[in-house]
Design a binder for this molecule. Structure first.
Ligand SMILES: Nc1ncnc2c1ncn2[C@@H]1O[C@H](COP(=O)(O)OP(=O)(O)OP(=O)(O)O)[C@@H](O)[C@H]1O
Ligand SMILES: [Mg+2]
Length: 303
């Protein structure tokens, strides 16, 4: 287990940061922590990296309790808001960070070149950071987090300043790191970002986890089925209602949300057995988005 969190709770005075968070992240997994602004995502990762202390609960990272200094060396962290010494060049910044990690001079240069290449900043490293775009600065932050070749990488909204192309680039970097066997914990408010790179996700709302599982589990638990039915009379309608599966219709177009794919042939059979003509049946691939939207409704702001 790379991360094991047991009822971690943070109160800022009488203001809730997050409450009773329990989750586990396995080696090599990309874990997405998804929630609206103010939901409690940064609060959790700040506790994990030791920037703030939990009010209660506990957690282990790489088998050691929070605050273990040996473990800190094996964790790379990209905070959500960071300000670099922007009078430095990208290279100087990474060199400075490498010195904080006490990286020996002999390997330092190579490692800096490697991470620059990985985040596609090679060729820009001798310009001052103040001339970088926001996206480039964020990629530089990612390079800094990658410097010590960490076993665990914690990224707090790594693409918040980026345009769609920049987002795709970061996505590709994450997928490459995943291929290299790294474990990644990713905070995001973008379902689209999490869906393509993450194996597991947890949804946080108002400080509490409201759903978690693998992307497939979450998808499978909410499959949206669309049908076109001829001879869609009261008998067929009643039979569909009697299945207990949530169904809606407008004229001959019927939508149902099933919690298990085995219910799909059952729906078809119900229509046909009751005299309906099933012209079309397809599953819609927006189920995760629907789940996300329905779970997140009412907004995430606690303020
Ligand atoms: N230092 C603090 N003092 C008081 N309240 C805080 C502090 N930091 C965070 N909070 C509150 O805790 C809650 C969770 O905030 P947090 O920053 O963890 O959310 P988030 O999910 O990271 O949001 P965002 O997507 O905007 O980054 C919010 O209501 C926030 O106002
Ligand atoms: Mg945050």
């Amino acid at each position: 287990m790379v991360i094991k969190i047991d009822r971690l709770t943070k109160w800022y005075g009488n203001k809730l940061g997050c409450q009773d968070i329990c989750l586990s992240v396995l080696p090599g997994e990309v874990f997405g922590f998804l929630g609206h602004n103010g939901a409690g995502k940064s609060t959790l990762v700040k506790m994990l990296v030791g920037l703030i202390f939990p009010t209660s609960g506990q957690a282990e990272i790489l088998g050691r309790p929070l605050g273990d200094t040996e473990v800190k060396k094996r964790v790379g962290f990209l905070p959500e808001t960071f300000r670099f010494q922007d009078w430095l060049t990208g290279y100087q910044l990474l060199n400075f960070q490498a010195s904080l990690y006490k990286m020996p001079g002999s390997t330092r240069r190579n490692r800096i070149e490697e991470v620059l290449k990985l985040v596609r900043l090679s060729g820009h490293e001798h310009y001052k950071i103040r001339t970088y775009s926001k996206g480039m600065q964020q990629r530089l932050g990612l390079a800094a987090a990658l410097l010590p070749d960490p076993d665990l990488l914690i990224l707090d909204e790594p693409t918040s300043a980026m345009d769609p192309l920049g987002r795709k680039e970061v996505r590709d970097i994450i997928l490459k790191l995943k291929d290299d066997g790294k474990t990644i914990f990713l905070n995001s408010h973008l379902l689209s970002e999490v869906e393509v790179v993450c194996d597991h996700v947890a949804l946080i709302k108002r400080g509490r986890i409201i759903a978690s599982g693998s992307i497939n589990e979450l998808k499978e638990g909410n499959i949206e089925v669309e049908m076109k039915i001829g001879n869609f009379n009261k008998v067929v309608q009643q039979a569909l209602k009697d299945t207990g599966i949530p169904v809606w219709w407008e004229k001959d177009r019927v939508l149902a949300t099933v919690g298990d794919r085995e219910q799909i042939p059952f729906l078809a059979e119900t229509v046909i057995r009751n005299g309906g003509s099933l012209y079309q049946l397809n599953t819609l691939d927006n189920s995760l988005e629907n789940l996300f939207l329905s779970l997140m409704q009412e907004g995430g702001e606690q303020n």
